[in-house]
Design a protein around this ligand. Sequence first.
Ligand SMILES: [Zn+2]
Length: 87
Amino acid sequence: MVAELDFLSEWIPEQMQPGTLFVLENAGEIGEKEDPYWAVLSCPSCGTLGLVTRKQMAGLVAVICGSENCSAQFFIRENEILPRKPV
Ligand SMILES: [Zn+2]
């Protein structure tokens, strides 16, 4: 798993390497009102793309990879990726 986030300012799918984050143009406008979708993140472990919410961006909620073959769980802390400690 990579340990640092890379920010993309433009949506370039080929550049979505593991750990790359792209903030949605309509961040905060879709999903739940309480915790809307904010960005697209390429899983730092396997590269699967997934949506992250505002609370996940703020590090309040762990991000869990959506791939069936990957069990990555981590927190976003500014531009770092912190693996979630086993409970
Ligand atoms: Zn993954």
